[in-house]
Design a protein around this ligand. Sequence first.
Ligand code: RIB
Ligand code: CA
Length: 302
Amino acid sequence: MHRMIIDCDPGHDDAIALILAHRHADVVGITAVAGNAPLEATAANALAVTAALGVDTPVIAGADTSLLGVAKDARIVHGESGLGGVTLPRHDRALAGGHAVDFLLEASDPDTWIVAIGPLTNVALAIARDPTWPTRIAGISIMGGSTDNGNVTATAEFNIYADPEAAARVFRCGAPLIMCGLNLTHQLPVDDAVLGRVRQIDTPAGKLATESFTFLLDRLDSLTGTRRASLHDPCAVLAVTHPELLDTESCTVTVELAGEHTRGMTVVDRRSRSGVEAHVDVGVRLASEEAMALVEGALAGE
Ligand code: RIB
Ligand code: CA
């Protein structure tokens, strides 16, 4: 099993990613970052999800704003708590001491994948603290960006939009990088048919997913008129645990920081150019049915 640290901002799809990762990987730690909701909420949600799973994975809190000191959230999608509609268990778990950046630097080794499924602030701060760190980990699997449209603006995806400076730093850090952008994650959709199957799964994870999907489908129906949600973050886990489910292209990726209309855009250059190292494996196709079967299996504890 791959050794991994998950940097996240739970968030409903983060919660499903945590369930999937605990089933198929050796999760040595969870670092929380502000994103879908403020840090206090995302850290508490990460603790509650581990309690629901009955695992004692350490949860360490990290950055509560972007590198520029700006806090953007997605509570319009995930609700005020970040896990709207989900009844979380009462528990006695507490955050581990210290800061997420220290944990990322100290708990990782050459076999450790960093699965980054929220804004990239913690990861960027770790790189700034130790620029050699990216050469001493297995790689970074990022849910973020897109090869086509964004979801916060026409060009920017939320995890990048929330901290573009951090994302720019991560994309040029030198570690092996996998990018699971919206172009890929939209290939792992949840609709009422999926909800109907998940509702039959009689486990704590199945209940959490049922409540999550019910909330997300209702919320996205009211926001977009369509009862469809994407399981974004689980894709970044599968990219490490089941790479055979993804087709990737080796590209260069830069993050737009100054564009009036394009700030936070991942500029994915798919051209092959001599003398230019294509340094990011960008997911372009997902074996959707197999991926969803693994998600549903993990919810069932299979
Ligand atoms: O744009 C999708 C990403 O933003 C996912 O990580 C979701 O959890 C939100 O953080
Ligand atoms: Ca997330």
